[in-house]
Design a protein around this ligand. Sequence first.
Ligand code: GLN
Length: 281
Amino acid sequence: MGERILDLLTAARARLRAAPHTPPAREANLLLGHVLGWPEARILAHDDEAVGAEQAAAFTALVERRLQGEPVAYLTGEREFFGRSFAVDSRVLIPRPETEHLIEAAMAQTLPPRAWILDVGTGSGCIAVTLALELTGTRVVATDASLGALAVAWHNVRRFGVDDRVLLTRTDWLSGTRTRSIDLVVANPPYITQADAATLSPEITDFEPHEALFSGTDGLTSYRQLFAALASLRSGTPVLCEVGHTQASAVADLAHERGFVHHRTIDDYAGFSRVVVVIRG
Ligand code: GLN
């Protein structure tokens, strides 16, 4: 008894393809892989095998949730970032590929041995963990205002075995954080304007945490708070921020008002401004 994998996938792919938000048909593989605990390659190589009725029902239930717009990353509990799979759930922003530009920019910095990095608003911890792994010897202070986010980040810190080098702290805009010992700051703060909320897909607005997405009427509130909170950084310390594609010069101006010098703006693969690098003056 049971249902053949190929039949389950064919039916699910057709339903996904017909859904208004047109999720990629490949997501059927990811959802079935999640139910069976199999990597995608095994699903594809063994699609003539049968699965039990219970597993088939669990899979169909996940496809239904996907059809209602729930992001596939929340359904599988995983999202790949910089080549590693991070645990995610609805308490955190789903890591985005464009944030990998921030990682590359951080890796290009010259840092002292055993440098301290500060990741403001760590969410899932994807930036903090990636930098701890890619920049051996560094230590990371990763902050978030949300306890739920810190629970997810802690899970990822443990998953990748960097709990001796990543320190998680709950704080709203760094009160109590000793920023004088920090050698590099990275942040992917919320930066979407209230007005743009209406232009986003319900897959984002109905499911991802609003405090991780939105930042006041002009989308710049979090950058104002960030630069104000970094007043006691040592002179010469770089701050790397992800920005929305129209925000680079506004963010550089805000930094300038707080005593930072604009160093450079880095574009993403689509040619949009994505990372602003400023230096504490
Ligand atoms: N730092 C996390 C990320 O880049 C969370 C960002 C956020 O919640 N705005 O995915």
